[in-house]
Design a binder for this molecule. Structure first.
Ligand SMILES: [Fe+2]
Ligand SMILES: [Fe+2]
Length: 340
């Protein structure tokens, strides 16, 4: 996009702005209010900081323009309280004062711009333009990130469907493991960002089964040794399938390590204890609980109680005790709703 087109887009966005203008002097408020109304979609006014704050809380504004010295609550105090609620809305301060302490307070609060009284309307327009341009750029970046996330989610969901279509006996397994993993991670206080990765990784943790012949996957009953060896390869295959995608989370590592066991008896690499990624230790416990508790067409589910007894019995042996405790608490709180 060339510069001219960009400026036009910005001017279009400018026209759509909803402005809150706070000024106690009636003449000034009316005059500047009129000027702003000619240029922006909606302009609300308030006669002091308290009224401005109330309007801000009740409405949706793109930018605030405020006087400083006003009765009831001054403009900087109002701005401070607004910035406490959100830092996303730019605040422009109009001031007759140039005393240092006002400027220092303004900087402390994070005022985006200030202009001097008496207001020069060109200057005011330029200040609004500058502050909102940054604001719109940030919004554009955020919406791009959202779009990318939604694409990633769709891609993961498609991968998950692909494997479950071949293996209808475990249909829904990955989804339920994902939900239980998220609940365990939340119980453990894992940061939100990281939980997002755990959720997505769990949704495709068995993606490597795509490489296993459907007859083995769908055949009821015990597997022989060779067949089991083949099944054991699915974490590595899964790692290879998703390893090339540059996710912002260690998805492929979680897929690779979801059958590793706390005492080192798992596969494929026999990792031990905290050598295994926490995210994978969580998915591992959720996987075992789901697999035991849920029904399969060729066998009835053993039930949640049996599943919980199993992970408790192997806490500190096969499973990370912290994760087991968190899982037990989740199931106590939510029962089978932990994956509904
Ligand atoms: Fe698996
Ligand atoms: Fe699984």
């Amino acid at each position: 996009m060339n510069q001219e087109a960009k400026t036009e887009v910005n001017m279009e966005l400018m026209k759509s702005l909803v402005v809150l203008y706070v000024e106690d002097e009636d003449d000034v408020r009316e005059g500047i209010g009129r000027f702003l109304r000619r240029r922006f979609a909606q302009v609300d006014t308030a006669a002091n900081g308290q009224e401005g704050l109330d309007k801000f809380k009740a409405g949706h504004y793109d930018i605030i323009v405020t006087d400083v010295r006003m009765p009831a609550m001054d403009g900087l105090e109002m701005a401070r309280q607004i910035k406490e609620i959100t830092e996303d809305i730019p605040v422009i301060v109009v001031t007759a004062f140039n005393e240092t302490d006002y400027f220092l307070r303004a900087i402390d609060i994070g005022i985006d711009s200030y202009i001097k009284k008496p207001v020069n309307t060109d200057e005011l327009f330029a200040a609004i333009y500058k502050s909102t341009r940054v604001h719109f750029q940030q919004k554009a970046i955020e919406s791009g990130q959202k779009q990318m996330m939604s694409l990633l989610e769709q891609m993961i969901a498609t991968l998950a469907r692909a494997i479950e279509m071949r293996d209808p006996y475990t249909d829904g397994h990955q989804k339920r493991v994902s939900m239980l993993s998220v609940a365990i991670a939340e119980e453990l206080g894992v940061p939100k960002e990281q939980i997002q990765g755990i959720r997505l990784a769990a949704l495709i943790h068995d993606i490597g089964k795509i490489h296993i012949p459907a007859e083995i996957l769908t055949r009821p009953g015990k597997l022989d040794k060779t067949e089991f060896e083949l099944i054991k390869k699915h974490p590595i295959t899964g790692f290879e399938v998703v390893g090339n995608i540059d996710f912002p989370w260690p998805i492929s590592q979680i897929v690779l390590e979801h059958h590793e066991k706390w005492d080192g008896s798992g596969y494929p690499n026999g990792l031990k204890g905290e050598e295994i990624l926490l995210d994978a230790r969580i998915v591992c416990v959720a996987d075992v609980v789901e697999a035991m508790a849920s029904h399969r067409p060729y066998r009835a589910g053993l039930g949640m109680e049996a599943a919980i007894a199993e992970i408790k019995a192997n806490s500190g042996i096969l499973f990370d005790p912290k994760v087991v405790d968190a899982c037990v608490r989740v199931v106590e709180k939510k029962g089978s709703e932990c994956w509904e």
